[in-house]
Ligand binder design. Structure first.
Ligand code: NDP
Length: 332
């Protein structure tokens, strides 16, 4: 694979100008470009520039609103609803997070629900943004069906990601961010593009047979949930939180409503913040730190998030797929 070296700032600039030249205003372009360049910075390549062509397609088809102005509704002191005005999720998240943080700091727990927006990114930015305020963050979202529930061979769930961050004052938080599919579709797309095989158990081909061929899973096949029936139950919970409770589309409804332009489908997001200072009280940090230190000192352990945090430290240019860079430039 031939690559083009780009600094994180150059990645941001490329994404921002491409979004601006396709009809985004400054606030929407900047928020999406921050999310995309942060993903490349952290080595989360399936949610970096790889997503930009999809963002552009949804702007060009008129599905996504590049001038979205998220609207805030305080349902109760602890429940905030944000209407994304059919824009991309990064701006809605940036608008909603300070309100969520304030509420959780006062009340111990608060929920932010986001409707009418397009989520095409990883979820760690939102939970890390909450943990930066010494709060616990939990987030989940849905998109369109591509995962077969345990026992089935047809898609019903989306890859339904969930992220969790626990603050560690003075350190990076404990954070995991994972699809409840055996593998995220973005990563399967990257594997298909780059000719990499998948482990057995990640997906079925179009005939419902197990396969390691990423292309066969990506085109016409179906992804399996992680952890069998247990993963299937967690995927169900995510549909119920991010769609049922939020009041936006379940995965199958999002697929029915989508214009299939190749960009993200509309979907809700459920974000929760909890205050250990209020709930556990004095000493919460030392107590949790003892647990996490023992965990990370065990032989064979690396904590989730550590790969990204190590990548974040590097200020060398990121190696971006050269064909992708040319494709993005052709959109400008
Ligand atoms: P991975 O399976 O690569 O990783 C899941 C989590 O496990 C990460 O927190 C990762 O940390 C951690 N991890 C990986 N390997 C190890 C290990 N050996 N030991 C300990 N922890 C480990 O991610 P997924 O493929 O499940 O998901 C990828 C991304 O796709 C997520 O960011 C998710 O939010 C996003 N996504 C977004 C969707 C959307 O609709 N917006 C839909 C589906 C997925 P680390 O990052 O440090 O490797």
């Amino acid at each position: 694979m031939s690559t083009t070296p780009l600094t994180v700032q150059e990645i941001y600039d490329l994404a921002y100008h491409c979004l601006i030249s396709n009809g985004c205003d400054d606030a929407n372009a900047a928020a999406a470009a921050r999310t995309i360049s942060a993903a490349e910075r952290d080595g989360a390549v399936s949610h970096g520039l790889f997503r930009l062509p999809g963002y552009i397609k949804s702007l060009r088809s008129g599905k996504a609103n590049g001038h979205a102005q998220p609207k805030i509704e305080h349902l109760t002191p602890a429940a905030i609803r944000l209407d994304g005005d059919n824009g991309y999720a990064p701006l809605a998240i940036e608008v909603g997070t300070p309100l969520l943080v304030d509420a959780a700091k006062k009340l111990g727990v608060a929920v932010l629900t986001i409707r009418n927006s397009f989520h095409f990114a990883a979820l760690w930015p939102e939970v890390e943004g909450i943990a930066a305020h010494n709060l616990v963050g939990i987030a989940c979202t849905v998109h369109t069906p591509m995962v077969a529930p345990f026992g089935a061979k047809k898609p019903f769930f989306s890859t339904n990601p969930i992220a969790f961050a626990y603050p560690r004052p003075g350190k990076n938080p404990y954070v995991f961010d994972m699809a409840t599919a055996a593998k995220a579709r973005g990563d399967i797309g990257v594997a298909a593009r780059d000719g990499h095989e998948l482990p057995l158990g990640v997906g079925l081909d179009a005939d419902g047979n197990p396969t390691t061929d990423a292309k066969k899973v990506h085109q016409g096949g179906v992804i399996l949930p992680f952890g069998g029936y247990k993963g299937s139950a967690i995927a169900t919970m995510i549909e119920l939180l991010a769609a049922g409770l939020v009041g936006d589309y379940f995965s199958y409804e999002a697929a029915e409503a989508d214009n299939k332009d190749g960009g993200p489908a509309r979907g809700g997001e459920f974000i929760m913040a909890l205050s250990p200072e209020i709930l556990a009280g004095f000493g919460w940090s030392d107590h949790s730190e003892d647990f996490l230190t023992r965990l990370e000192n065990m032989d064979g352990i690396r904590l989730p998030g550590q790969r990204r945090f190590a990548n974040r430290e590097s200020d060398t240019p990121r190696q971006i797929n050269a064909t992708l860079v040319e494709q993005i430039k052709s959109f400008m």
